[in-house]
Design a protein around this ligand. Structure first.
Ligand SMILES: [Zn+2]
Length: 300
């Protein structure tokens, strides 16, 4: 059994595996491995080539070969930075996601330059020192250890856009009947999911996150709510979220409730407290950033 630092692998169904990012590792977001019969697909390539190599290793063990396809749910760095490891394969994303990655490639590369990461780390250290509770300090320590590990790999990382755009829906070859689907943009301008109709499983990217604050700052929460409604109609039984453990379809309601709460609080003049039921979630600073984003948007 290989020893992993970045991922834990949970079998959701026979041939369907969720790579759940470990706290403090440099994967940060979840990844998925699905046997297509024949071939296999990996959904999302994590925050670093090193973390993604764990997913590739597990995929080889579970499927007996290299994947025949790889897909990115959206353009955020924690879902794409393993792409360079599989650039010779068919790598999929929506047309709009591919466009964004091509347009912003240099700016995104800048975000992971050693000098930028060193500056981020100094800022995080200052925030950790100002943290108002031990829980918040622990949170910053976890984020810091991830950033320091990312810094050690930074010189080898190249933002690599995928090579196969798709428009609305793409059925991947194989008896598994897996489909890449986009309902437009909510978390970002364009979000894709991996839908397994026979197995009733959905890899949701960051349209669903569990136990952590959803990030609305590059998307549109109203559209996101509409997308959640369409996801509900897929009739899935298990959802692999972008962050957090594998869940049932009730997670769609929990994200919807968060977005509705946020939209309501976005009408307030002053920064609200984090509502009680979200206080135990990780990434508390995201709540404030979400609120500020909605305020800026309404005054624009
Ligand atoms: Zn994201």
């Amino acid at each position: 059994m290989a020893e992993y630092h970045h991922y834990r692998f949970d079998e959701v169904r026979p041939g369907v595996v969720a790579g759940i990012a470990l706290p403090g590792g440099v994967g940060l977001s979840n990844s998925g491995i699905v046997r297509l019969e024949p071939g296999s697909v990996i959904f999302d390539t994590t925050l670093s080539p090193a973390a993604f190599r764990e997913v590739l290793g597990e995929s080889r063990e579970r499927t007996g070969g290299t994947p025949t396809a790889v897909a990115n749910s959206h353009w955020h760095l924690d879902h794409i930075l393993g792409n360079q490891e599989v650039a010779h394969l068919s790598t999929y994303a929506t047309e709009r996601t591919l466009e964004i990655l091509r347009e912003r490639r240099e700016a995104l590369q800048n975000e992971i330059r050693p000098a930028t990461l060193e500056k981020d780390i100094r800022e995080l250290e200052a925030r950790r020192d100002r943290a108002s509770s031990p829980a918040l300090r622990d949170h910053y320590d976890t984020v810091l250890s991830m950033n320091r590990a990312l810094l050690r790999q930074a010189a080898e990382i190249r933002v690599t856009p995928p090579n196969q755009p798709f428009r609305d829906r793409l059925r991947l070859p194989g008896a598994a009947g897996a489909e890449l689907v986009t309902f437009g943009g909510g978390h970002t301008e364009s979000d894709a999911v991996l839908f397994l109709p026979q197995q009733r499983v959905l890899f949701a990217g960051d349209l669903v996150v569990v136990g952590t604050h959803p990030n609305v700052t590059s998307g549109d929460p109203e559209q996101w709510l509409r997308i959640l409604e369409r996801m509900r109609r897929l009739g899935v039984e298990r959802i692999v979220p972008g962050h957090g453990p594998v869940v049932g379809p009730e997670a769609l309601d929990s994200v919807a409730e968060y977005l509705e709460t946020l939209l309501r609080l976005g009408e307030e003049e002053h920064p609200p407290e984090i509502p009680e039921r979200y206080r135990s979630w990780t990434g508390p600073e995201q709540f404030q950033e979400n609120w500020e984003y909605l305020r800026r948007r309404s005054s624009a």
